[in-house]
Design a protein around this ligand. Sequence first.
Ligand SMILES: [Zn+2]
Length: 75
Amino acid sequence: MTKYLLLAGLVLFVWWAWRKARTKRGAASQPMREVERMVECAHCGVNQPVSESILANHRYYCCAAHFRQAQSDDG
Ligand SMILES: [Zn+2]
């Protein structure tokens, strides 16, 4: 009798572990597509990808002209 109980317990455990592993895998399969961060030009306020922006003095600019204009505005 104990044998059958152990067997039933084992089957239940395997079923539970299989279910847990399946749900875990499902949750982990999120899209790994990297969305590029958008930053705002400190001069004109245009939003554009961070890779296309100019970073100067901890601020982002959409182009070199706006960076220069911001510099002249400050100084
Ligand atoms: Zn700009």
